[in-house]
Design a protein around this ligand. Structure first.
Ligand code: ZN
Length: 429
């Protein structure tokens, strides 16, 4: 090695930066920009400056920089990547559900989730909470997406749902020995057992804890839709999860079950069909979120009214009890000032159709801006991700979507997202 080259190399090693390249810069020219849905302020002709997957600046006009890649969205409405706080990425419900459960392996489930994750991302949803799927399958999909091996949204995963024995998260409709073979490991009875399954879920890698606090629609259990976990079990679950830094999302329809879960301190009520005046007070006192999942209500009502429905008689009865009431519950919660986070329960409805929930939220009385807030700033706060996602500002992830038209005038334009970037990587087109 010649002395000159050797000394240059030594210098580079010493400084660590002598031969480093400037980070790659991407510039997005946004015709109209809703950078922070909390303010509702729409700016025109702005440039988002992106480096290393993050926003590093937002400037006036259409800025150019030498060597930077420019993405021209000058004719588009640009907003932060959307957040769906309730999905199940590994399947879509249908007549095959019962057989799938006893024929598919955990590897099958994970692979089934790959196209659904891609569809969700391409629909503009850059972050989702997956509230209940087999541990190994969903955690593998979450981690594969995070590594960049698989295309999909950032996943906050609950893993398997925690349910009482014989409750809605248990298994119905098979021979007893078959039930025992396919039961989840996350069933519990009594506060001690419930503490234990929460700790085990965290150990296995759950980001959030999902519990089934009341009966549910899509099971073959004839148990109604009210409280199933006892108060002491709910308290043990919430206390343990919070001690381990995890939030608790509670599936709950019936009034008594909703209020018991809120009293125990859950961070969100999923569905919340029969919320009453006491629920509203509890929501506000605890700062808990309602995740309405209006698309699920709409979808199961359609199935129940179909004379050739694949639903069991038990599920059909519950669907007709719950489905048509969900919009009204959301309207009452919104009027009472309860915080709402966007969630679809996709798997009931089709993956990729998530944005139809915006129209149902508007039908429940939210303004288009309020509906967009549920899927951006509110979703981020609900999931504890406000420092990273939910708005477009320096330091935040470069999660960006764009649409033609003005979603603040007509929220249905969000069904046709034509540009998606997640953490600086273009996912669509
Ligand atoms: Zn669900």
């Amino acid at each position: 090695m010649k002395p000159l080259i050797a000394s240059a190399l030594a210098l580079a090693l010493l400084t660590g930066s002598a031969v480093a390249q400037a980070p790659e810069t991407t510039l997005i020219h946004a015709g109209r920009l809703l950078a922070d849905p909390a303010t509702g302020k729409v700016e025109t002709r702005r440039t988002l400056i992106i480096q290393g997957g993050r926003i590093v600046g937002v400037e006036d006009g259409f800025v150019q920089r030498p060597g930077a890649k420019v993405i021209d969205l000058s004719g588009q409405f640009v907003l932060p990547g959307l957040i769906d706080s309730h999905v199940h990425l590994l399947h879509e419900n249908g007549p095959g559900d019962k057989m799938d459960r006893v024929t598919r392996t955990t590897a099958d489930w994970a692979i089934m989730g790959v196209p659904f994750a891609k569809k969700t991302l391409e629909a503009g949803f850059t972050t989702v909470a997956n509230l209940g799927d087999e541990n190994d399958s969903i955690l593998a999909l979450r981690d594969g997406i995070a590594r960049g091996d698989v295309e999909g949204p950032r996943v906050v995963a609950a893993g398997s749902v925690i349910s009482p024995h014989g409750g809605e998260g248990d298994v119905y409709g098979y021979r007893w020995d078959v039930i025992r073979a396919v039961q989840r490991p996350t069933l519990c009875s009594g506060p001690d057992e419930c503490r234990k399954v929460v700790r085990q879920q965290v150990q296995k890698g759950a980001d959030i804890i999902k519990i089934v606090a009341t009966g549910a629609v899509l099971s073959d259990a004839a148990q109604g839709v009210d409280q199933q976990f006892d108060d002491d079990e709910l308290q043990a679950i919430v206390h343990t999860a919070h001690a381990l830094g995890r939030k608790v999302a509670a599936h709950a329809h019936g009034t008594v079950g909703v209020n018991a879960a809120l009293r125990a301190g859950v961070d969100s009520i999923e569905h919340g069909t029969f919320i009453d005046a006491d629920s509203m007070k509890l929501f506000k006192a605890r700062g808990s979120y309602l995740v309405p999942t209006l698309m699920a209500g709409d979808t199961v009502t359609g199935w129940a009214n179909d004379p050739n429905s694949f639903l069991s008689p038990q599920a059909r009865e519950k669907a007709l009890l719950v489905g048509p009431r969900m919009i009204d519950a959301t309207r009452r919660a919104h009027e009472a000032g309860v915080k709402i986070a966007f969630g679809t329960d996709s798997s009931v409805s089709k993956h990729g159709d998530n944005a139809r929930e915006f129209e149902l939220l508007v039908r429940a009385g939210l303004t288009p801006l309020e509906a967009i807030q549920t899927a951006t700033v509110n979703g981020a706060a609900h999931l504890g991700l406000s420092a990273r996602v939910g708005s477009l500002a320096p330091g935040k992830a470069a999660d960006v979507v764009a649409v033609n038209g003005d979603p603040l005038a007509d929220v249905s334009v969000l069904r046709h997202v034509n540009f998606v970037m997640k953490a600086g990587v273009v996912a669509k087109p």
